[in-house]
Design a protein around this ligand. Structure first.
Ligand SMILES: Cc1cc2nc3c(=O)[nH]c(=O)nc-3n(C[C@H](O)[C@H](O)[C@H](O)COP(=O)(O)OP(=O)(O)OC[C@H]3O[C@@H](n4cnc5c(N)ncnc54)[C@H](O)[C@@H]3O)c2cc1C
Length: 390
């Protein structure tokens, strides 16, 4: 174990180099990357234990490439399902078929794995390197000076850090304490989410995005014969049951060879915002993951973008700690436009998916014509897999 590493303990030291607030995918990735490179890091989370709900289920090829130095990829790849194909469909008609098979990467597929599994693999690695998450511990205040920042927690304890990273999700206390605005808005419709068992001719290695005037619907395979259904609806029920999900698929999914929802294993709903922080840095404070950007799950980019932020920020922090704080501005200059592009792509997909009946035939013709061009399919595959950001 490195002498710089914080060991498992529920008590808080007086100071550290980097305080990471939030042990979601972004915070765990950042902490593991920093601890693995011998840095002094404290991670706190307000939850007594990690959330075990599914949430994001998609890990893209580029994310796996970037995670390689952490030593977690072999385990993740073994635990997930490899979806080699992505199609956009209007009922039974395939509008755009994308094969990841030909991509020049060690991971020519979308890895489908529950967020709870991704987080537990990262946490195990962090602990193996000698790190720990101090929990439950809630950040309630943050004050900065020239040399660093002082964080105050709900039990009144304080910690001085040279840098503080807000990886504390959409409602980030760190972002608010630093006075950074979160510009954007919310979508009118809500999202329904269900992990189900399906019967019928449902592909097991393909993610399908159904375009429909009523709202877009994703049917994606997860390990153990489970399918994840995500759909935009006007007013999602808190606990979608089998009949509800079945009706959705009946109205928007295949018209022939219909899938039958046998069981809902877990269901939820959520509202989606599209917002990007006005800045990723304010002095000694930095933002990563959902604290910095939130967008529609269309394209499955949310958690992936947060993990890529974290790996980039780890490099920048190591440079800053070695005496070059300007590296921290480059982090924001590089990652913030990418978040804006992801928000714009998700927006375009949503608009295209939900055009009214008058425009539907034209849209389908346009998409099928474009999809006949190998260069169009290749461009989309690079964008969806994240390889475009290499
Ligand atoms: C129901 C649901 C379904 C989703 N489905 C998808 C999907 O299909 N695809 C997709 O891409 N994304 C999805 N997401 C979004 C995805 O889960 C997030 O993008 C991802 O979790 C962001 O990771 P993060 O590490 O930035 O933040 P989070 O995972 O939000 O982690 C933030 C952590 O900070 C902690 N924290 C917050 N405030 C404090 C504080 N003051 N002090 C200490 N700790 C604090 C929290 O306890 C939490 O553990 C979904 C989210 C939800 C809720």
């Amino acid at each position: 174990m490195s002498s710089h590493t914080v060991t498992a303990s529920s008590s808080l030291p007086l100071d550290t180099d980097v305080l990471v607030v939030g042990a979601g995918p972004a915070g765990l990735t950042l902490a593991t990357a920093l601890v693995g490179r011998g840095q002094r890091v404290i991670v706190v989370d307000r939850l007594a234990e990690g959330a075990n709900t599914s949430r994001a289920a998609v890990v893209h090829a580029r994310t796996l490439e970037v995670l390689e130095p952490l030593g977690v990829v072999a385990e993740l790849v073994a635990l997930g399902l490899h979806a080699r194909r992505f199609t956009i469909r209007d009922r039974d008609r395939i509008l755009v078929p994308i094969d990841f098979d030909g991509l020049p990467t060690r991971y020519p597929y979308t890895l489908m794995v529950s967020q709870a599994v991704t987080e537990s693999v990262l946490l195990r690695r962090l602990k193996a390197l000698g790190g720990e998450v101090l929990r439950p511990r809630t950040l309630v205040g943050l004050a900065q000076d020239e040399a660093g920042a002082v964080a105050t927690f709900d039990d009144g304890t304080r910690l001085r850090a040279r840098y503080v990273v807000g990886a504390d999700g959409m409602h980030s206390t760190v972002r608010e304490s630093a006075g950074i605005a979160f510009s954007g808005g919310s979508y009118g419709e809500s999202f329904v989410l269900a992990d189900v068992r399906l019967a019928g001719a449902v592909p097991l290695d393909e993610v399908i995005l159904y375009f429909s005037g009523a709202g877009m619907t994703v049917v994606a395979p997860l390990p153990d014969g489970v399918h994840r259904i995500v759909a935009t609806v006007d007013d999602a029920p808190e606990h979608p049951d089998a009949a509800y999900v079945h009706a959705l698929l009946d109205a928007r999914g295949p018209a022939h060879a219909r899938a039958v929802v046998q069981e809902v294993l877990w269901g939820s709903r959520f509202r989606v915002h599209h917002r990007v922080a006005d800045a990723y840095r304010s002095g000694r404070v930095l933002l990563a993951g959902d604290a910095a950007h939130v967008h529609s799950p269309a394209g499955g980019q949310g958690m992936n973008a947060g993990i890529l932020d974290a790996m980039r920020l780890a490099d920048a922090l190591i440079e800053a700690l070695a005496g070059n704080p300007d590296a921290l501005d480059l982090y924001g200059a590089e990652r913030r436009p990418i978040a804006q592009a992801v928000v714009a792509l998700a927006d375009r997909l949503t608009r295209l998916a939900t055009v009214g009946p008058a425009l539907r035939a034209g849209r389908n013709l346009l998409l099928s014509t474009l999809a006949a061009l190998p260069i169009f399919r290749r461009k989309l595959a690079w964008q969806l897999s994240g390889l475009v950001y290499r």
